[in-house]
Each structure stands twice: as structure tokens, then as C-alpha cells.
Ligand binder design. Structure first.
Ligand code: HEC
Length: 170
């Protein structure tokens, strides 16, 4: 019991130091930059004001506690947004490549009917398509997005910044 108590104290100290360090870094970054804001949301799930981006839905294991509310885009779409297949809490998570160029070209291939733009141009995936997928959970063609993908409560600005960040990825 005593050992456990000590371990807990150490864990709390470590957490407190980590929190102090990250807090100390923030004031230096206080100037607002859209791409940096998008990057921050992607990797940390908080925006430049330090507000946590909340969400509904997502993988069922989230309902069992611990991890609740702590997912970020990078948790599933990976550090380079190229997606991939990985195991999370005994669930196979198959998250797609969401770099802008992948979104735009996928839309180009699937893009039911209509404009077949052989140049595969910029029009492939718009901010509105992005909003509908990320906030409302609908593909551009209206089909519901896989339930493993959470529905995110993003402001218009945060959403646009996130999209702008994805556009910067190679
Ligand atoms: C728990 C895992 C998970 C997290 C966290 C997650 N996603 Fe996803 N995402 C998915 C899965 C799975 C799909 C595939 C959905 C489908 O094909 O129906 C997806 C699909 C997408 C798509 C493609 C939609 C389309 O039109 O095809 C976009 C864009 C996207 N996610 C953006 C994001 C962003 C931005 C974040 C962070 C704010 C995020 N995702 C966080 C799992 C996740």
C-alpha cells in the first residue's frame, strides 16, 4: 500500500511538472497563426486559445472510461495524416489518408456522376465537404461517415485552420 502511495505521489509530481512546462511554453506562442492553430488542433485536440475541441461518437471503447474525450485527429489519422490501420483498445481502426491531396483525389475517383475533371484539380474537396465530414459526419455524397470517426464541435475558424493545415502536408 505504501509503495502504491509513493508511486502515486511521483506520478502527480511528474504530471504537475509537465503541466507547468506546457503552460510555460504557451505565452510565447500567443500570436495567432492559422496554420499553427490547425496543426495544434490536429496533434493536441486543443486550439490556440487552449480550448479543448469536444466531440460526440467515435469508437465504442471510448464509452468505457479512461480515454473519454482525449482523442486527437493524429490518434487515428496518424502523425503525417496518411492514416493507416492500427489497433486501439482491441479494435482495428482503419483511418484513411486525410492529407488534402488524398481527400481531393479520392473525391475525384468516387465522385459519383457529374463533373469529371480529368486534371484532378483543386475543386476536389472543398471546405464545405470537410465541414460536412468532420462536423456532421457525412461524406460529400451524403452517406454517413463510419461511426469510428467522431463528430467534432469545431468553430468555423478552427475548422478552416485545420483544413489549411492539411493543405500544407506533402
Ligand atoms: C477514433 C478515430 C478517429 C479520430 C480521432 C479522427 N478520425 Fe477522421 N476518420 C476516422 C475513420 C475511421 C474515418 C473513415 C470514415 C469512413 O470512411 O466512413 C475517418 C474519416 C475522416 C475524413 C474523411 C471523410 C470523407 O469525406 O471521406 C476526414 C476529412 C477526417 N476523418 C478528418 C478528421 C479530423 C480533422 C479529425 C480530428 C479533428 C479526425 N478525423 C479524427 C477515424 C478518426
Amino acid at each position: 500500500m505504501r509503495k502504491i502511495g509513493q508511486g502515486l505521489v511521483i506520478a502527480l509530481v511528474v504530471a504537475a511538472v509537465a503541466a507547468a512546462c506546457s503552460a510555460a511554453v504557451l505565452p510565447g506562442q500567443s500570436s495567432y497563426d492559422p496554420i499553427e492553430n490547425g496543426r495544434r488542433i490536429y496533434y493536441t485536440g486543443t486550439n490556440w486559445r487552449g480550448e479543448r475541441i469536444t466531440y460526440q461518437g467515435g469508437p465504442a471503447f471510448e464509452n468505457f472510461g479512461m480515454m473519454q474525450g482525449s482523442l486527437t485527429c493524429a490518434s487515428c489519422h496518424g502523425p503525417t495524416a496518411q492514416g493507416g490501420r492500427h489497433f486501439m483498445h482491441m479494435t482495428v481502426m482503419d483511418a484513411p489518408d486525410i492529407r488534402y491531396k488524398a481527400l481531393a483525389s479520392e473525391e475525384h475517383e468516387e465522385g459519383g456522376g457529374g463533373e469529371h475533371d480529368e486534371q484532378g484539380g483543386e475543386a476536389g474537396y472543398t471546405l464545405e465537404d470537410f465541414r460536412r465530414a468532420v462536423v456532421e459526419g457525412r461524406h460529400p455524397n451524403g452517406d454517413p461517415v463510419d461511426p469510428n470517426m467522431p463528430r467534432w464541435n469545431l468553430s468555423d475558424q478552427d475548422l478552416a485552420d485545420l483544413f489549411a493545415f492539411l493543405k500544407t502536408l506533402p
